[in-house]
Design a protein around this ligand. Structure first.
Ligand code: HEC
Ligand code: HEC
Ligand code: HEC
Ligand code: HEC
Ligand code: HEC
Length: 223
């Protein structure tokens, strides 16, 4: 701001001194252009992603690190059933092996959980970060039990470090497509640093090509 003012004063001062109008005007133009460009660039870079996604907080914080230490492993809550289906997110009943409507600790999150869900026997309406559209068929068993070297894939490969977190992050929904940000892509310009940054059709297929040599047929992933 002060730089622009200085320039204007200089410009005015020099003109009264009788010098020809040189490219000072052009210099100002360039400065204005740069400022305008910066404003647009920053609003596109910082604001657009904020506007593109609506944020939803989980009903209360779930501390994965604490609970994995309590139970000893992930499988006590997320496991494959005998018939090959995946248990997904544990239901209220499995939480109640330890929790009652009397909180064990002091935290507000546990108080909400005890009052609003355990006492009322109401299932917790979790947002699922990795939720695919209904037309997609996904089987955890195919990825966790595979006979070839590809089997026993790490949860982290597709989900990132959720299992190690102490804080639930908000669920972000793309306002245009309705997809979760975990699927549509963490980075709106399409850069991908980690295997879990995006899980669109091509991301599934890229790994299948790498592991199996072919993308797979439409009917494998679509119902
Ligand atoms: C193996 C026993 C066990 C199971 C099963 C269990 N919890 Fe916990 N949970 C604990 C313990 C122990 C604490 C720590 C209490 C304290 O603060 O001292 C805790 C704390 C919490 C807290 C408060 C943590 C914080 O950071 O504020 C919440 C919320 C919670 N549990 C929710 C759940 C939910 C939801 C389930 C079911 C999906 C569940 N728990 C299953 C043992 C368990
Ligand atoms: C006490 C039960 C419990 C244990 C143990 C547990 N989880 Fe969870 N997990 C949950 C609950 C409840 C949620 C839903 C809330 C949330 O997303 O944080 C969840 C959500 C998840 C999700 C998010 C799925 C999605 O797309 O929304 C992943 C990934 C996950 N857990 C992985 C793990 C891993 C890996 C471990 C072991 C390191 C683990 N969990 C241990 C209860 C548990
Ligand atoms: C990081 C690697 C990887 C990613 C990411 C991945 N897959 Fe797979 N998937 C595999 C491998 C490897 C197999 C084959 C397992 C085997 O042959 O035993 C497989 C098998 C499958 C199968 C079973 C095919 C059959 O004929 O039995 C389906 C369906 C599938 N994947 C769907 C998906 C979908 C949908 C996504 C994305 C949301 C996805 N996969 C992401 C590695 C991956
Ligand atoms: C190959 C990628 C891949 C791997 C490996 C994987 N997941 Fe998933 N997971 C997914 C996809 C895709 C979905 C969404 C499925 C849907 O929307 O139908 C999902 C959904 C989930 C959910 C939510 C289920 C629900 O419907 O509520 C949980 C919890 C979860 N995964 C936990 C795990 C855990 C724990 C592991 C490791 C033992 C694991 N996942 C390994 C891709 C994967
Ligand atoms: C490896 C698994 C996989 C295979 C194989 C696959 N798809 Fe998909 N497809 C997905 C996933 C995951 C999505 C959702 C994410 C997205 O839109 O990219 C999707 C989304 C789509 C959509 C958009 C649907 C919507 O509601 O937005 C269409 C259309 C589609 N697939 C068609 C096909 C056709 C046609 C083929 C065969 C040439 C095929 N797919 C093969 C995994 C797969």
């Amino acid at each position: 701001m002060s730089e622009i003012e200085n320039k204007t004063e200089n410009g005015a001062g020099e003109r009264t001194a009788g010098e020809p109008k040189d490219d000072k005007g052009l210099g100002l133009g360039v400065i204005f252009f740069m400022v305008a460009f910066l404003v647009c660039f920053l609003s596109g870079w910082l604001l657009f992603p904020k506007l593109l996604y609506s944020k939803h907080e989980q009903p209360f914080n779930f501390d994965h690190k604490l609970h994995t230490e309590e139970t000893g492993d992930c499988e006590s809550c997320h496991f494959l059933r005998e018939d090959g289906t995946f248990s997904g997110i544990p239901d209220l009943e499995s939480c109640m092996e330890c929790h009652t409507d009397e909180p064990m600790g002091e935290t507000e999150d546990e108080a909400i959980f005890a009052e609003e869900y355990v006492a009322k026997e109401k299932e917790v309406p979790w947002f699922v970060y990795s939720r695919q559209p209904d037309c997609v068929y996904f089987s955890h068993a195919a990825h966790l039990l595979g006979e070839n070297a590809a089997g026993k894939m790490d949860c982290k490969t597709c989900h990132g470090p959720i299992g190690e977190s102490t804080k639930s992050r908000p669920y972000e929904e793309n306002r245009i497509t309705g997809y979760s940000r975990d699927i549509w892509g963490k980075n709106i310009w399409g850069f991908k640093k980690n295997s879990w940054d995006r899980m669109k059709m091509d991301d599934c297929a890229d790994c299948h090509v790498e592991m199996d040599g072919h993308k797979g047929y439409c009917f494998q992933c679509h119902k």
